[in-house]
Design a protein around this ligand. Sequence first.
Ligand SMILES: *Cc1c(COP(=O)(O)O)cnc(C)c1O
Length: 442
Amino acid sequence: MHPLPHDLPRSNAELFARSCAVIPGGVNSSIRAFKAVGGTPYIVERAEGPYVFDVEGTRYIDLVQSYGAIILGHAHPVVTAAITTAAAGGTSYGAPTPGELLLAEEISSRVPSCERVRLMNSGTEATSTAVRLARGFTGRDRIVIFHGNFHGATDALLAAGGSGVATLGLPGTAGVPASAVASTMVVPYNVVPQLDEQVAAVFVEPVAANMGVVAPAPGFLEGLRAECDRVGALLVFDEVITGFRLGTGGAQEMCGVSADLTTFGKVIGGGLPIGCVGGRRDIMETLSPLGPVFHAGTLAGNPLATAAGRAALGELTPAAYELLRGRAGRLSAVLTEACAAAGLPANFPVVGTLVGMYFGAALGDGVAPTNFAEAKTTDEAVYRSFFHAMLAEGVALAPGAYEALFVGLGHTDDVIDAIGAAAARAALAVVSSAAAATHAAG
Ligand SMILES: *Cc1c(COP(=O)(O)O)cnc(C)c1O
């Protein structure tokens, strides 16, 4: 089942060093390198339900869950069977398939604003296609995004924003030319910006889940909808995390606001690579081959990914979301209690099935952040310390202070209570090591 060579060293450190000699930084997605928390990543050999197992045989309760791509728990038997069956029939054809049709119908029927959907291979491909489509449909160039929202590795959406003020055209990373973001405006989250008729689209995470977890303020999404309508701009919900995680109809169902275009990824692939743009028929039919906006993909609508996605969505009944909401609440409660008992100021806000995590005096008083500037006041040093203390207790958090905690159907109440017990010991360890450091410094 695991065709690793017999002579492969069973050592995280050795394998990571070997990876670093052939893969830049040893990873294929930056955060996995542990740069934000220090130390050497655990190298995962396999996973099951709420657990991942590293090559050394250590078991961790996993709250990463592939950053939200996994919602039923790892290696869910229904998903595994769907992938196995699909693989036996061939893995890609370059022709239409019934599987892609069925997944598209499933998405469209659950999210009514998605009258048409186009499948592709990643959330990044979905957001970059949505940028092109919005510009092609409106004939305008300007894109508005929110500080602290993340839309994948799409040049036009990798713009930097200063905190608090609107900024235009600053590249968010090396390699993005100023020209690629010259038409991208970055504004503060949870404030409805005033738009003009140059704006093609406003991209927003309707619940922000890449700066911890930040809820939309009452009226924010409604206000965006009205402002977009006023100037004829498209409202694009990036639901790559929230889609089919917050509930059957994603964030737009929860908030009662419809988007013109919606991007999906993560959950809809059942753990396989996928992305999707859905939206209003007239906009979507501007895509090739019907319209002038080009899109193509060799593996788009891939039979394995669509089979896995259909299997996952099939398990996500209203009862499953009810269960998930309960578990998110329980996770937040046990973590809050553990930190409070240790005297460690912390805050674990819950939005639907998503749980955020912030540390430090500024956010430890139960007041959840409402934008990136506030989220950034989390104590990153405490997070580093808590992360490693939890890992030592057998609980894997994301190796970065701004990721959501992903609770899934694999996290039974017993597992969540075990996380709470681990957190109680970890929080005490964080507090006593901070005290020791203060003592040594004094
Ligand atoms: C993960 C993510 C993306 C990018 O998706 P990939 O599949 O990693 O390319 C885009 N938007 C949001 C909100 C995400 O969380």
